[in-house]
Design a protein around this ligand. Structure first.
Ligand code: F6P
Length: 324
């Protein structure tokens, strides 16, 4: 196939997300199919600055689809946020002879890509974060697996909390976004879901919910708290004091970022990785792969970073309506 691309750098950056490996595999194999040499860059932009790379081929991505994490390692790189760091990364791209840099990650990663693109480097981004907080894409790799991991953990918690007739306060990840909290909350039948996107009245939305639930015979209550709300210890203290019911906190934390990716994440990651390389082959310049209205499209990085998406408040309402 006739393509001007010879070498494409591939990196994963920011928080890892289950499905990143499936995306790496798809990218490497799609590169090979198009006669492009895939250059793996270790530890994200930090590795790019140091030209820490390895030439990859179909065999280097054997049997990685079902593993969580990322075989390329990842990092949050403070140096890359400085002008010198960006210049050094652009210089490394020229030194390595990269015709494009393909990065798999979240919002911070895409800001990094935009900085590189402003230095004249061709880039393409693939959205991957368990937070699902990328404005331009309705789906991000890793969200489904993280949700399933959280649900599995909460189901286990529910067994013990139910036996003791307690209230459980569970914090789920999501940084400043409540996508994971709402989705998980609906799936586990939460009594209340507290998210940063929506104001809440603690008395009405937590305490009254628990009291009313008790009156209706509900013996165990789950309060899902998005990471962006936090303050779980305060919540536990207040619930205990105001309801008199024993209350315990569980912060699910990093467990949500690990584990074998779900079918949805493997498939989305494979499709997105393949699509990203196809875009490059067809001459795309500095784009982000986005999943919108059930299809993959490419959006210029400058535009993509101005796009916003709102949380599904209807899902939040459904969870509330059927909560007790
Ligand atoms: O973006 C994914 C995420 O797990 C967020 O939910 C969380 O706020 C953050 O990363 C934690 O980051 P770090 O891995 O740097 O502690």
């Amino acid at each position: 196939m006739d393509t001007k691309l010879r070498r494409v750098g591939i990196l994963t950056s920011g928080g890892d997300a289950p499905g990143m490996n499936a995306a790496i595999r798809a990218v490497v194999r799609s590169c090979q199919r198009n006669g492009i040499v895939p250059i793996g860059i270790r530890r994200g932009f930090a590795g790019l600055i140091r030209s820490d790379t390895e030439v990859m081929d179909a065999r280097s991505v054997n049997g990685i689809t079902h593993h969580g994490g990322t075989v390329l390692y990842t990092a949050r790189c403070e140096e890359f946020k400085t002008e010198e760091g960006i210049q050094a990364a652009a210089k490394a791209c020229r030194y390595l002879g990269l015709d494009a840099v393909l990065a798999i990650g979240g919002d911070g990663t895409f800001h990094g890509l935009r900085a590189l693109s402003r230095q004249g480097v061709n880039v393409i981004g693939v959205p991957a974060t368990i937070d699902n907080d990328i404005g331009c894409s309705h789906y991000t790799i890793g969200f489904d697996t993280a949700a399933n991991t959280a649900i599995e953990a909460i189901d286990k918690l529910a067994d013990t909390m139910q036996s003791h007739e307690r209230v459980s306060v569970v914090e789920v990840m999501g940084r400043h976004a409540g996508h994971l909290a709402v989705y998980v909350g609906l799936a586990v039948g939460a009594t209340s879901i507290l998210i940063p996107e929506s104001e809440f009245d603690f008395e009405r939305d937590v305490i009254e919910q628990i009291r009313e639930g008790r009156e209706r015979g509900k013996r165990h209550h789950l309060i899902i708290v998005a990471e962006g709300i936090g303050r779980c210890d305060e919540i536990v203290a207040r619930v205990t004091e105001e309801t008199g019911i024993e209350t315990r906190v569980s912060i699910l934390g990093y467990i949500q970022r690990g584990g074998s990716p779900s079918a949805r994440d493997r498939v989305m990651a494979s499709r997105m990785g393949h699509f990203a390389v196809e875009q490059l082959v067809h001459g795309a310049e500095s784009q982000i792969v986005c999943y919108r209205d059930s299809q993959l499209i490419a959006v210029p990085v400058e535009t993509a970073l101005t796009m916003t998406k709102s949380l599904d408040m209807y899902m939040h309402k459904v969870a509330y309506d059927i909560s007790i």
